[in-house]
Write a protein of this length. Structure first.
Length: 140
């Protein structure tokens, strides 16, 4: 059956119009889930206060997690948590020679994505909806 090009274009536009809000909702929910995972990890590990600003973490706060290597065992590391804005200021505005070091333990500063968030992102990648985690990790 031959279909008129303009009719086919209307069908595609209709489908895309219905899918776009669903895709946006999935992306928003995934980003919120990433944040919830990190907040829960911070609270479960007893790190309830940002070491930089000394304010308690609250639902909806965007947190960053560090991966601080243990100097005696390269396979072991520690996680410390900070408000996004606090660690961003620490890195960008500097604390002298310590700006590239973790504010808590002064080991080399490496921001990382929570492993559970990486797992969710891998599933999203399978359907072409994942995020560029490399950019997210380096853009604090």
């Amino acid at each position: 059956m031959w279909i008129d090009g303009s009719l086919e274009r209307k069908r595609v536009d209709l489908i895309v119009g219905k899918l776009n809000p669903i895709i946006e909702e999935i992306e928003t929910n995934a980003m919120n889930e990433f944040g919830d995972i990190t907040l829960n990890e911070a609270l479960n590990s007893g790190q309830e206060i940002c070491p930089i600003c000394q304010l308690s973490y609250e639902e909806g706060d965007k947190l960053e997690m560090t991966k601080c290597a243990d100097e005696t065992d390269p396979n072991k590391y520690y996680n410390h948590f900070y408000h996004h804005r606090c660690i961003n200021n620490w890195i960008n505005r500097g604390q002298g020679e310590n700006r590239d070091k973790c504010p808590t333990c002064l080991r080399k500063l490496e921001i990382m994505m929570h492993p559970k968030a990486v797992e969710i992102n891998e599933k999203l990648n399978k359907i072409g909806m994942g995020f560029d985690l490399e950019t997210m990790n380096t853009t604090v």
